[in-house]
Structures are given as structure tokens and as C-alpha cells.
Design a protein around this ligand. Structure first.
Ligand code: SAH
Ligand code: SF4
Length: 368
């Protein structure tokens, strides 16, 4: 996604790493804060225009550093205001980013990997296979680019008010690059987003859920999609490694460390597969009385996949059944489906991929 250079790319470096770099240039560490503000808040990429830095620092930066951004390959605007970008990730590959405007917020759905190795049965990204992890610069660059292109909000704030890791890839399988990006999103010197406005969505890589609780406890969404292991093993193969009971235990530990804030459980509605009232009861039994809310996602079709979406009536009945059992339940509105930007339709361009058939050994490798 970024160009080639032997200079250090400052994009994606969290504050501590940037301070270290600045100290290496024989400068005071507080300069890092000024540079972060220039890059992320003012969108400035030209070191020579960073007027509150000394001339000598500006020259050192020009000689040794760069701000290398994702390259936009295409942009599509949906009739409902949703915008989808395709960013080149090199070698003819690309990932997708989606902006969803709403009255009270602007949500950016970002990608964390080129493809995904976890092979969930109903997901267009999974069907593509996995190529590689995005770098921290390639991930935060999606936010930078959207804020740069989109007009500010009426209150003067940046266009992106919420970030969700629900684009291509499994963010917890790219943990090393995820955490610096989360820290940057929260930092007052960059975007200053609150923890509840940043959501990591995961199919359930249990050890990394526990790590995230300590490293950067942002809001957590878990792709559950089935109320028992037999069905979940089929729909979300990582379940064979981290079954539901283990996953939910990690969720409750996470919630506890997070002032018992609710965890969102995503549940894609697949006709005659996971949408019966009996399955709603099974799901309610797992989550009742816990800090949990449920987000039902109407299945979005994509070429070459045999599942169908449950009918509107079935989804409503399923939702009512959960609500009757005191579970806060919402149904996600499809946005941007005229430009294939809805959940699970993000396929980007993934080549030279590894098709991971989910033996436990391979799953361990894919998520290490
Ligand atoms: N890998 C992460 C985040 C990316 S997927 C995860 O699985 O959570 C974001 C959400 O879209 C997940 O809940 C995923 O299960 C859901 N999704 C995938 N394919 C879908 C489809 N075809 N229709 C609707 N939702 C889908
Ligand atoms: Fe990967 Fe998430 Fe798609 Fe599963 S649903 S294949 S984890 S992107």
C-alpha cells in the first residue's frame, strides 16, 4: 500500500517509537508530539512546512524520514452516502475501506490484512484466502486518507468519529501491528478517539483477547454466528481451536477489565442454518445475565457462495425472541450494498494467497 523508500516511514509509529527516533536525531523527545499533530490533525506531510520545528530538525527529517501513505486505486460512492475505497497493497493486490455516514457519527470500517486465513464459510474475504498482514502505516493510513478526503463535521471535528475493524482480515491475527494503531487512534496528539468509539471485531482468537484487555482495551465485538460448537465449527472454523465456552470466558474476563462494558456479539442471519427460534433460545442461554448485546447481521450474498439470508420476518422473530429474554438486540442496517460495501462483501484483490484448510496446526500458525 505504501511506496518504497529507504527513509523511515513515520506513519504508524506510536508516540514512544517516534520519540525514540527523534532522540536518535539528537533532538528533544517532545518534538514527537508536534510532529504527530502535524501529520494526523493537520494532514501535513511536508516536513519543511512544519513551522514550529527548528530548521535543523526539519532538515534532518527531510533527509531521514518520510510519511508514506496508502495509494488510492479507486473510490466508489453509494446512493446512501456510503463510500468505499480500494487501496493498493502492492503486487496487484488491494484492500478495501468503507465510510458509513450517520447523523451522529461517521464510522470508518478498516481492513487489517490482505485477505484472511480463517476461512469462515459465509465471508467473501475468507473465500479469497490470505496474502499478508497490513503494516501499521497501511492500517492507520486508511483513517488518514478518509479524514483528508472527507469534509469536516459541522462542529469542526474530523469526519471519522468511530473506527471499526470490520473490513478485510482478522485484526487479532495481526496483533503486532494492531496495537500501535489502536494507541495512535486514542492518542490526544493524533485523533483522540475514546475507547468506546474504536471497535475491534474478532472471530475469537482467545489468547489475543486476553492480551488486548491489558494492552489497549477498546470496545470488543465477537463474531459468534452460532449457539453451539457443532454449528460454529462449520461456520467459523477457528472455533475448533477456541470453542465457545473458552471464547465466552475470555469475553467475560475482557468485560470485567473494561468496567463491565458490554461486548457485542455479531450473528449473521443464514436461512435455515442458524436462524430458528430454538437456536435463538440456545443463544440467549449463553449470553443471558452477562455484559452482552447482540447485533444481528443480515447475510450479504456474494458470488460463488451457497448461503441465503434469512427472511425479514425470521430476523424480526429471532430478534424478538432474544429481547423477550432480556438481551439487548439490534439488527444491522445494510449500507452501501449497491457498491458491494456491505459486511462480508469486501473482497479487495488478493493474489498469491495461501489457502488454509483448517487443521489445528495451521490455525495456530495463522493466528500466532
Ligand atoms: N475478522 C473479523 C472482522 C472482519 S469481518 C471478524 O470476523 O469479526 C466483520 C464482520 O462481518 C464479522 O462479524 C463477520 O462475521 C461479518 N461477515 C462476514 N461475511 C459476511 C457476510 N457475507 N454477510 C454479513 N456479514 C458478514
Ligand atoms: Fe476472516 Fe472475519 Fe471473514 Fe472470518 S469473517 S474469514 S475471520 S474476515
Amino acid at each position: 500500500m505504501t511506496g518504497s523508500s529507504d527513509k523511515v516511514n513515520l506513519l504508524g509509529l506510536p508516540k514512544a517509537a517516534l520519540e525514540q527516533f527523534i532522540v536518535g536525531l539528537d533532538e528533544k523527545p517532545f518534538r514527537a508530539r508536534q510532529i504527530l499533530k502535524w501529520i494526523y490533525q493537520r494532514g501535513m506531510l511536508d516536513f519543511s512546512a512544519m513551522t514550529d520545528l527548528s530548521k535543523s530538525l526539519r532538515e534532518k527529517l527531510q533527509a531521514s524520514a518520510c510519511v508514506d501513505l496508502p495509494v488510492e486505486e479507486a473510490r466508489q460512492d453509494s446512493a446512501d452516502g456510503t463510500i468505499k475505497w480500494l487501496f493498493s497493497s502492492g503486487s496487484g493486490q488491494a484492500v478495501e475501506t468503507v465510510f458509513i455516514p450517520e447523523t451522529a457519527r461517521g464510522t470508518l470500517c478498516i481492513s487489517s490484512q490482505v485477505g484472511c486465513a480463517l476461512d469462515c464459510a459465509f465471508c467473501a474475504t475468507g473465500a479469497q484466502g490470505f496474502n499478508r498482514n497490513l503494516t501499521a502505516a497501511e492500517i492507520i493510513g486508511q483513517v488518514w486518507h478518509a479524514n483528508q478526503q472527507l469534509p469536516r463535521r459541522s462542529n469542526g471535528a474530523a469526519a471519522v468519529t468511530n473506527v471499526v475493524f470490520m473490513g478485510m482480515g482478522e485484526p487479532l491475527a495481526n496483533y503486532r501491528n494492531l496495537v500501535p494503531v489502536l494507541k495512535l487512534l486514542l492518542s490526544d496528539w493524533t485523533y483522540g478517539l475514546s475507547r468506546r468509539r474504536v471497535t475491534v471485531s474478532t472471530s475469537g482468537i482467545v489468547p489475543h483477547i486476553d492480551k488486548l484487555a491489558d494492552d489497549c482495551n477498546v470496545a470488543l465485538a465477537v463474531s459468534l454466528h452460532a449457539p453451539n460448537d457443532r454449528l460454529r465449527n462449520r461456520l467459523v472454523p477457528i472455533n475448533k481451536l477456541h470453542p465457545i465456552e473458552t471464547l465466552l470466558d475470555a469475553c467475560w474476563r475482557y468485560a470485567k477489565k473494561h468496567s463491565n462494558r458490554f461486548i457485542t456479539f455479531e450473528y449473521v442471519m443464514l436461512r435455515d442454518v442458524n436462524d430458528s427460534l430454538q437456536q435463538a433460545d440456545e443463544l440467549a442461554a449463553l449470553l443471558r445475565g452477562k455484559p452482552a448485546k447482540v447485533n444481528l447481521i443480515p447475510f450479504n450474498k456474494f458470488a460463488g457462495n451457497e448461503f441465503s439470508c434469512s427472511s425479514k420476518d425470521t430476523i424480526r422473530r429471532f430478534q424478538d425472541r432474544l429481547r423477550e429474554q432480556d438481551l439487548v438486540t439490534t439488527t444491522r442496517k445494510a449500507r452501501g450494498d449497491d457498491i458491494d460495501a456491505a459486511c462480508g462483501q469486501l473482497a479487495g484483490k488478493v493474489r498469491d494467497r495461501v489457502r488454509v484448510k483448517m487443521s489445528e496446526k495451521k490455525m495456530r500458525m495463522a493466528t500466532a
